[in-house]
Design a protein around this ligand. Structure first.
Ligand code: SF4
Length: 101
């Protein structure tokens, strides 16, 4: 791959290096502990006792907060998918592809 690395390539690569979070709605009791620990990433759906992911973590700090939220969820209703480091869109791969010879 050649050519300049654009912002979307970097963002996509960075996102692939971070854990991915989902709320298992059938199990969630809407206690809001996840929102307290990671307010940038979770919210309680208005009118329902269930959390939802508002955005996946955009950096290590948010990822740490989300991991802590998953760890402290009282019923384990947050699923975590590990980063896909070998993915073709990884940040390292994207940067390496644009490096000068
Ligand atoms: S901490 Fe767990 S049970 Fe509580 S609102 Fe968040 S996902 Fe639902």
């Amino acid at each position: 791959m050649t050519g300049a690395l654009c912002r979307s390539d970097l963002a996509r690569g960075r996102a692939k290096m971070l854990s991915h979070f989902e709320v298992m709605e059938d199990e969630c009791i809407g206690c809001a502990l996840c929102k307290e620990r990671a307010p940038e990433n979770f919210e309680i759906v208005e009118g329902r006792a269930v959390a939802r992911v508002t955005s996946q973590p955009s950096g290590r700090e948010e990822e740490e907060a989300c991991l802590e939220a998953a760890e402290f969820c009282p019923i384990g209703a947050l699923s975590v998918t590990a980063p896909q480091e070998s993915d073709e869109y990884s940040l390292e791969a994207a940067v390496a592809a644009t490096a000068s010879p």
